[in-house]
Each structure stands twice: as structure tokens, then as C-alpha cells.
Write a protein that binds this ligand. Structure first.
Ligand code: GH3
Ligand code: MG
Ligand code: MG
Ligand code: MG
Length: 317
């Protein structure tokens, strides 16, 4: 009986497979219209402790994918009645990048052009059946590893190592897109620069390590507020941070910045029990449709300068 034979053969091979690391939590979707073939692959992957989903058609596969965003890899058959593996891969690539979701094609066809067709459509790998279980598992692991490496590199490229906020580069990449979107939709938005008050004194009085703790406290306020209320934020450098607010008028932005200012003032940062006074000044510039990013930054900087001049720990827009 085919399934049993396959499973037994797989069993033999799996015992010889080097213990693969990190299989535990990764979710994989197996797509094949032939139940027995699908079942054998599902079984192979489940034995390696992957979380496995399966679909009998491309249409079902797309539904399962959108309902389960944790899926990182699709292993798809080529020949299927409603939508073949190439069409499915093309559909997948409309929504999911190779950084988020890998596709491995499988086929028992003797047509040597199938692998090229699938790779062209956006698959990252291909195996012809009958396959050696160990090869499939190694390809699965390699593809998952590629995603992890890409994530790691993206994190290194986009995040500030001290606070975990976006860095300058990542901020501007996103900010230009937001600005274009606002202009296209004639929607309101603002840009704000935040600078910690007398931060040099914090460093000089309590030491650089305490300064770093204070920077992280401010970053946490920004990160939490940004997640809760939906805006873009980043560390521009030193003790300066930037925020971009979209689809909010100037009154709403002012109120939001005022909340941020108060949350920073309320931060409980201590040096050997002694509380450290932590405040920040914020300069806001409202986006006018004719304005570019440089003008916006300059205008926000001028407002920040005024906030410092008028006594710090305040929002000026
Ligand atoms: P103001 O209220 O006018 O903004 O005064 P300030 O002291 O905050 O401004 P100033 O620009 O004189 O000082 C900024 C300080 O921030 C100087 C620098 O050593 C410190 N700084 C910059 N980056 C870091 C960092 O990553 N960690 C720590 N601990 N300090 C930093
Ligand atoms: Mg088939
Ligand atoms: Mg500064
Ligand atoms: Mg400062």
C-alpha cells in the first residue's frame, strides 16, 4: 500500500537524518491534490516537529495562508486541477515576499522544465519525486534558515542597537512613502522632533550607563505610544527622536505629543535610588502639501528650538 510503503521508507530515512535544529515552531503548508502524497509529506514534516497545514488545491492553500500568517514555507505540487503550482506561486507572490514566505515546488513529472517554471514564478527551490526524505528536510531547513538570516540582517540594518527603535535610514524610507500617500490623498499629517532636556547633565551627573537607561525609557514611551496610537517613530541619533503622524490634524497631533511629553516626565528612572528628572521638548511641523521632507524637518527643528528657548519640557507647534 503506497502510503504505508512511503511512510516506512521515510521512517528509515528520518532515523538517519541529523537532528535538525529549531524545527519546533515553524509552520509549513503542504499543497498536493493527491491525498496519499500529501499525507506522506505531512507525516515526514510532523516527525521533525514542524507545525504542518495541508491543502488539496491552490484555492484552499491561499485561504489557509491568509488565515495563518505564521506559515513560513509552502511546499506545493506542480500538477493540480484547479490551479497548478506555478499559478499558485504567482498568486502567493502578489501578497507575500520571499523574505516572509518561501515556496518549494515538488513534482513527479519527468518534465525537466517544471523546476525552471516554478522558480521563475517565485519559488525558491524545487525537488523531483521520488525524493530522498533527507534532501527534502535539508531544503526545508535551508529555506527557513534563509528567512531567519534575512530577518536578522533587516533588524541590523533598520534598528538602533541601543533602543531597538527604527534608525534614521529606516525612518526616512517609510516617511517618504507616508508623505507621498498623504499628498496623494490630501490628508493631514505632521512631523515632530523630540530632544531630551539637559541630557548632557544626566550623563555628567549619573554616568553614561544611566544616560543609556534614560534613553531606553524615552524610547519605550515612544514605542508603546506608537504601537497603541499608530504612528512612525525612530531615533534620529544621540538623544533626538523623530515622529511622523498621518491622518491626524494639528490639534490631535499636539494632544498626542503632549501625552508623550507627560509620559516621559512621569518615567521612573533612578540612579542608586535617587530619581533622575527626565523631560523632553518637542517641536512639531504640520505637513503642507507643497512641502518636502527637508522643509518639514527644518520647521520641526525651529519649533524645537523655540521649545528649548521657552524653558524646555514643552510641545511647540
Ligand atoms: P538641551 O536641553 O539643550 O537639549 O541640552 P542637552 O544637554 O540635552 O544637549 P546636548 O546636545 O548638549 O547634549 C546631548 C548629549 O547626549 C551629549 C551626548 O554625550 C549625549 N549622548 C548622545 N548619544 C548618547 C548615547 O547613546 N548614550 C548616552 N548615554 N549619551 C548620549
Ligand atoms: Mg498533482
Ligand atoms: Mg540634541
Ligand atoms: Mg538635548
Amino acid at each position: 500500500y503506497f502510503v504505508k510503503d512511503t511512510v516506512d521508507a521515510v521512517d528509515q530515512l528520518v532515523r538517519t537524518v541529523v537532528r535538525l535544529t529549531g524545527a519546533g515552531s515553524t509552520a509549513i503548508l503542504v499543497v498536493d491534490d493527491t491525498l496519499s502524497v500529501r499525507a506522506a509529506l505531512v507525516d515526514l514534516l510532523q516527525r521533525q516537529k514542524y507545525q504542518v497545514f495541508d491543502a488539496g488545491s491552490g484555492t484552499d492553500a491561499l485561504k489557509i495562508l491568509s488565515a495563518n500568517p505564521q506559515i513560513r514555507l509552502v511546499i506545493t505540487d506542480f500538477h493540480m486541477p484547479d490551479m497548478d503550482g506555478q499559478q499558485l506561486t504567482r498568486e502567493i507572490r502578489q501578497t507575500y515576499s520571499t523574505e516572509d514566505l518561501r515556496v518549494i515546488g515538488v513534482s513527479s513529472s519527468s518534465d525537466p522544465f517544471l523546476s525552471a517554471a516554478l522558480l521563475k514564478a517565485g519559488a525558491s527551490d524545487f525537488v523531483y519525486r521520488p525524493y530522498i526524505a533527507e534532501e527534502v528536510l535539508c531544503r526545508v531547513e535551508n529555506n527557513i534558515d534563509t528567512i531567519k538570516q534575512m530577518k536578522r540582517l533587516r533588524h541590523l540594518a533598520e534598528r538602533d542597537p541601543l533602543t531597538g527603535l527604527y534608525n534614521r535610514r529606516a525612518f526616512f524610507e517609510r516617511a517618504y512613502k507616508i508623505l507621498d500617500g498623504l499628498k496623494a490623498g490630501n490628508a493631514p499629517g505632521s512631523l515632530a522632533i523630540l530632544d531630551i532636556d539637559h541630557f548632557k547633565t544626566v550623563n555628567d551627573t549619573y554616568g553614561h550607563d544611566c544616560g543609556d537607561v534614560a534613553l531606553n525609557a524615552v524610547a519605550n514611551v515612544l514605542l508603546t505610544t506608537a504601537q497603541e496610537r499608530g504612528f512612525l517613530t525612530a531615533r534620529l541619533g544621540g538623544e533626538e527622536f523623530v515622529m511622523m503622524f498621518h491622518h491626524r490634524d494639528s490639534t490631535q497631533v499636539f494632544a498626542l505629543c503632549e501625552d508623550i511629553r507627560q509620559a516621559i516626565e512621569a518615567c521612573d528612572v533612578r540612579s542608586e535610588e535617587a530619581p533622575i528628572a527626565l523631560t523632553a521638548s518637542i517641536g512639531v511641523s504640520v505637513i503642507h502639501l507643497e512641502e518636502g521632507m527637508d522643509n518639514l524637518l527644518n520647521a520641526a527643528d525651529q519649533m524645537l528650538y523655540l521649545a528649548k528657548l521657552q524653558g524646555r519640557n514643552r510641545v511647540i507647534s
